[in-house]
Design a binder for this molecule. Structure first.
Ligand code: ADE
Ligand code: ZN
Length: 331
């Protein structure tokens, strides 16, 4: 199974680049930028990665991002993630970045997007990994702040393909951002949103109907509403599911309780992703391996998950067809 999972040409659609900051690089950047850390060493930092819910994780994730200061830091962060992709046969990745996490600390938007994009270009030319960038608004902040971020981003609009919505879900429903996403759609960007991770199935409906998203990030709470499951089955609006994230954040008590296998068998376009791999204990292969062993998934089921990732991506039809053929050749 390990060999099969490795051989699958994998597509990642839900990855926060700030969540790929490994403790070792975090310490290196803290030293380089002279940022004091409340942890003695890498081991004690890693030991603090015990989460009870989404907010307990976000508090540590935003603290970790404070070591990212210069354009080169964003390059190094992204390049380290792309090397992981290369090792794990991830052939295409669509990456979130949270500009407000950085611009609110006085880091220029140009340095954030510049460093990430420069690494992505090298990823394509040196490693053959294609990619797209998705700017994500922080939903615990105001819609006005999201509008300001959009304005700041527009001079760089050729560097990102879509806009998403992340951070603290409960109490910050998608409709809080209806107006800004109407503008985002007018501008021609793809729209995605985190919904139904911890929040209710209702948030998935409003992400679909109010924000008119192309994909739902997480979406696992859809099972609380049978009509929504049927809608997702019929429309094949993709869910970018993150199994290790869901168990680390106690969305499911253990992996054997995860619903990705059931949703797959019901015909939904569910995909496998790593979310914040440095914090949740694994990249794409570890996520595939974890669900395979806990849910006893077969090779055809794993291949269908890989196909769903290809289908759900923003790649060209031509590249999608080529990758689908590669998956089929493995069965
Ligand atoms: N930001 C980074 N990871 C996230 C997650 N899993 N949910 C919401 N916001 C996030
Ligand atoms: Zn996420």
């Amino acid at each position: 199974m390990e060999t099969f999972i490795h051989a699958l040409p994998k597509v990642e659609l839900h990855l926060h680049i700030e969540g790929s900051l490994e403790p070792e690089l975090l310490f290196t950047l803290a030293e380089r930028n002279q940022i004091p850390l409340p942890y003695a060493d890498v081991e004690s930092l890693r030991a603090a990665y015990q989460f009870t819910n989404l907010q307990s994780f976000l508090d540590i994730y935003y603290q970790g991002a404070n070591v990212l200061i210069r354009e080169q830091d964003f390059y190094d962060l992204t390049w380290a993630y792309l090397q992981k992709c290369h090792q794990q046969n991830v052939v295409h990745t669509e990456i979130f970045f949270d500009p407000q996490t950085h611009t609110d600390r006085g880091i220029p938007f140009a340095d954030v997007i510049g460093g990430i994009s420069r690494a992505l270009a090298d990823g394509e030319s040196k490693l053959g990994i294609t990619s797209a960038l998705i700017l994500s608004f922080l939903r615990h902040l105001s819609e006005e702040a999201a509008f300001a971020t959009l304005e700041q981003a527009l001079p760089y609009r050729d560097l990102f393909v879509g806009i998403g919505l992340d951070s603290s879900e409960k109490g910050n429903p998608p409709e809080k951002f209806s107006r800004v996403f109407a503008r985002v759609r007018e501008l021609g960007f793809k729209v995605v949103a985190h919904a139904g991770e911890e929040g209710p199935a209702e948030y998935i409906w409003t992400a679909l109907n109010d924000l008119q998203v192309a994909r739902i990030d997480h979406g696992v709470r859809c099972v609380d509403d049978p009509a929504l499951v049927e809608h997702l089955r019929q429309t094949r609006v993709p869910l970018t599911v993150c199994p290790l994230s869901n168990t680390k954040l106690c969305v499911f008590s253990e992996m054997s309780e995860h619903n990705i296998g059931k949703l797959l068998d019901q015909g939904l376009c569910v995909t496998v992703n790593s979310d914040d791999p440095a914090y949740f204990g694994g990249y794409m292969e570890e996520n595939y391996l974890a669900i395979q062993s806990a849910l006893d998934l077969t090779k055809p089921q794993l291949a269908q998950l890989a196909r769903n990732g290809i289908e759900a991506s923003f790649m060209t039809e031509q590249r999608k067809q080529a990758l689908m053929a590669q998956v089929d050749s493995l069965l």
